[in-house]
Design a binder for this molecule. Sequence first.
Ligand code: DP6
Length: 305
Amino acid sequence: MRGRGHAPVNIALCKYWGKRDKELNLPVTSSLSMSMTGLGATTEIRPCAGTHDRITLNGQEVDPSQAFASRLSAYLHLFRPTGISFEVDTTSDVPVGAGLASSAAGFAAIVLALNDLFGWELDPPSLSILARLGSGSACRSIHSGFVEWQAGERADGMDSYATPLSEEWPELMIGWLPLSTDEKPISSREAMLRTVETSRLYTAWPEQVANDLAIIKQAITDHSLEALGPAVESNALAMHATMWAAWPPVNYWLPETLAVLQQVWKLRAEGLALYFTMDAGPNVKLIYQKQDQPTIRQAFPEIHI
Ligand code: DP6
């Protein structure tokens, strides 16, 4: 008896940053992402005897005391029949814990694997809700393409899940620059809590999101990178500004991060339609159109597209 699931990495164009309920991972605001086809996590899960879950990541057994393993085991506890442990075998296409949305793809893949294992046959909103319990952004990785996570209003979170947008935009490209794959200094979970609790700038965040989300959705409908890019870039910078204003300050940037941003701004000043976004890590994701791929590859030879 075994279950299998695969889920894509998703990159938020309008970020989820801050919770109204930290047990259920209910967000303060809605958010919107783009799933990356071809990059994701694949998970196989089997019930087994024994007192511990056995977790393997990319072929290597993970020590149960590691944060990754204990978080996963705690999550599996929500579904565990009495006396059952699990063998979980995950393959991730992106480094874990480096701000590359690995946990989002990972928890979504686990939910799909559990759904397969137990034969739940859950509908997409229910799968998205279960993924959200593992990691907020995971609720968006249940779907491909552009995905919106509605914040919802209910205290039980049953209206807080992600749905795919019907729009497609095949010319829109997203590539990431692997500046560092070291594990981040502070988890996004902790950083988010600290920001909400201590950052004065956080009060401005919900309004920023409402504004950016409307622009981003319209830009996707219109296939307008000129409208999308500034909203996406400003949204990411505003999120990092709320972190810098937290105490103790939260910083994910490396000197190389700023150097890339300056290069993006320089290329844009020279006429290239190139924008960036960043998550809870030093790596930069570039957003541009297919026609500019050769120029981008030349300017950033290390890019993964
Ligand atoms: C910066 O989903 O990792 O990537 O709900 O605590 O697990 P938890 O947080 P998580 O936070 C993601 C934050 C982000 C922005 C985003 O993906 O929207």
